[in-house]
Design a protein around this ligand. Structure first.
Ligand SMILES: Nc1ncnc2c1ncn2[C@@H]1O[C@H](COP(=O)(O)OP(=O)(O)O)[C@@H](O)[C@H]1O
Ligand SMILES: [Mg+2]
Length: 560
């Protein structure tokens, strides 16, 4: 241990117990862990107490010790040679004191929140591994590894997964390492047995593979809306989104309920599957009403017989036409103005044209298993549709866990690109559901992980439920300010490092890492090539190469 006790610098001032300034002959890297030993006289007991402060470098500068005369700069012969002026210089360094270790009489330590400032002239030295492990003492058997302490490959950092009932917020600018962090956490939680769902907004996890393939399975599914599997009330809200259009929504809900009931009734009575039931109802009613099918497809194929037109329709299109016909029924006409009916029909057509609707889509919940990561790709959907799918998913997960009365398997839901869904500025369908998921999930094992690149836009009602944190690099001061408000244990002097954190380095806070903030270099996830940006240069070169070769081939062919 004494080998490490090289003085790296000396305390010059300590304005507060958490903050000291150090003068050193050379700068130390931001993020480096250091220690300082000092004594304090306890005024009530009269004893002298020995402390070891554990601190992290939060800022590092460089200065001339003596202001040089301007003459030395204007000396032209010197300037011409670009030589350096050899004057004394020093490095003022800020350190953030994470914890104080009080040395007990028996040689053991008690770890405390800093209460005494470090006296000036105290030397600082590299933090020994044993001391760091006393401060960050998460039992590795109770958790997952996140990485290692900043600049310290010898000290691994674990987090306690039992504390995840307090959820998790991951915030950082684009490229700061959020998705990698998600991959590491998801993979390691799954290898402990957790079911994990990643709501993949940008299709970024399309290639995600597990690093523990013998234990963890990854399944990729494309989210789709199954109109037979969604309550008519909710489906009506998905189709008619205008807040004020309550009558239209009511009309559509009535029509939807009737159609859905008829489909299920037909399927049950005749013991057929739902799609067959839809196509039979469609044919039957087509004959009854003696109207041509309402779809564009069949209008185009006007030369063919009606039967052929029907065959070309998918079950989804037939289902749509059943709804459109239902809206022509007298009971609807008696209740609503024809203008409103027409506008509802337009919305229904638009919805079936643009939304990813599939009668085969299974509930996302049915894919969930222990030790499995389900990646739900919603990248092809509009923001609005994403929000609805997320609402359905989080309600479904929470309701299932609630129904099991605390006996269900705790399930992790990771929501990427959170501001779209839980923005302060907008009311999306998902917002209320996520709030509920976080609030009630605490008791029932629903674990929410929110990933955000603009924490300042997050809705405070959701965010206040999240009490474990990973903060990666963020540049905007509003974002740094916001996270300081969200995580009260994040001191300003530590938060100052956030704009200069390198990729993959994070401040980790919350009960899951224990009492003190940790600066962590997060492990790189190896089992995936994440679809961030293509290797443009390489692709161009390869493409050009192929073209040149194919031209050569042609030329060769021309040669007899
Ligand atoms: N912990 C890490 N260690 C080293 N490099 C990393 C780490 N995390 C991310 N990177 C690098 O940064 C890139 C962007 O990371 P990513 O997780 O996609 O950022 P974000 O999701 O915040 O935009 C990755 O492709 C990877 O090369
Ligand atoms: Mg990302």
């Amino acid at each position: 241990m004494d080998l490490d006790r090289v003085a790296l610098g000396y305390i010059s001032e300590s304005p507060r117990p958490q903050v000291s300034r150090v003068n050193s002959s050379t700068p130390l890297p931001v993020g480096e862990y250091v220690c300082a030993d000092f004594r304090v006289k306890n005024r009530s007991s009269g004893d002298t107490e020995s402390y070891t402060a554990v601190a992290v470098v939060s800022n590092s500068g460089y200065r001339m010790s003596i202001q040089p005369g301007t003459a030395s700069y204007s000396d032209e012969s010197r300037m011409a040679k670009l030589g350096s002026i050899d004057l004394p210089k020093y490095s003022p360094i800020d350190i953030y004191i994470v914890a104080n270790l009080k040395r007990n009489k028996d040689g053991s330590y008690t770890v405390e929140t800093p209460r005494y400032p470090i006296p000036p002239n105290t030397p600082i030295y590299p933090a020994p591994k044993e001391i760091l492990e006393l401060v960050y003492s998460i039992d590795s058997t109770k958790g997952i590894k996140l990485g290692h302490l900043a600049e310290r490959r010898d000290v691994e950092v674990y987090v306690d997964v039992d504390k995840l009932s307090k959820h998790l917020l991951i915030a950082g600018a684009t490229g700061s390492g959020k998705s990698n962090t998600v991959a590491i956490i998801a993979d390691r939680l799954a290898s402990l047995g957790a079911p994990v769902v990643i709501f993949d907004v940008h299709g970024e996890y399309g290639n995600l593979e597990s690093m523990n393939r013998d234990r963890v399975r990854v399944e990729h599914i494309e989210a789709a809306i199954n109109p037979l599997d969604i309550e008519p009330r909710i489906l009506a809200s998905m189709i008619i989104r205008e807040a004020a259009a309550t009558r239209q929504r009511r009309m559509l809900r009535m029509a939807l309920s009737n159609v859905v009931n008829r489909v299920f009734e037909e399927a049950r009575r005749e013991r057929k599957d739902l799609k067959k039931a839809i196509s039979d109802l469609f044919k039957e009613e087509g004959k009854k009403q003696k109207t041509k099918p309402l779809t564009d497809l069949s209008k185009q194929g006007s030369s063919g017989s009606e039967d052929e037109g029907e065959n070309k329709l998918s079950a989804e299109e037939m289902f749509r036409d059943l709804i459109l016909r239902e809206l022509d029924q007298d009971y609807i006409k008696n209740l609503f103005e024809s203008k409103k009916i027409e506008s509802v029909k337009d919305k229904v057509e638009e919805f079936f044209e643009y939304a990813p609707v599939s009668l085969d889509a299974k509930r996302i919940r049915s894919f969930i298993e222990p030790g499995k990561i389900v990646v739900v790709d919603v990248s092809e959907m509009s923001d609005d549709q994403k929000a609805w799918i997320l609402k359905l998913l989080s309600d479904d997960l929470l309701n299932d866990l609630k129904a099991r009365k605390g006996e269900g398997t705790p399930t992790v839901l990771v929501v990427e690109e959170a501001p779209v869904f839980i923005s302060i500025h907008e009311n999306t369908p998902a917002k209320e559901s996520l709030q509920k998921f976080a609030r009630e999930g605490r008791k029932f094992g629903a674990i929410l992980v929110i990933v955000s690149q603009r924490p300042r836009d997050l809705d405070i009602n959701v965010v206040s439920q999240l009490q474990n944190f990973i903060f990666l690099k963020m540049v905007q001061s509003e974002d740094v300010q916001t996270i300081m408000n969200i995580a009260d244990s994040l001191e300003e002097s530590l938060a100052e490092t956030i704009p200069s954190l390198p990729t993959g380095r994070a401040i980790v806070l919350g009960e899951w890492v224990g009492r003190f903030p940790v600066l962590v270099d997060i492990d790189m996830h190896k089992g995936k090539k994440m679809g961030t940006s293509p290797a443009i240069l390489e692709l161009w070169r390869a493409a050009l190469d192929r073209r040149m070769r194919s031209t050569e081939d042609v030329e060769e062919l021309d040669v007899p």
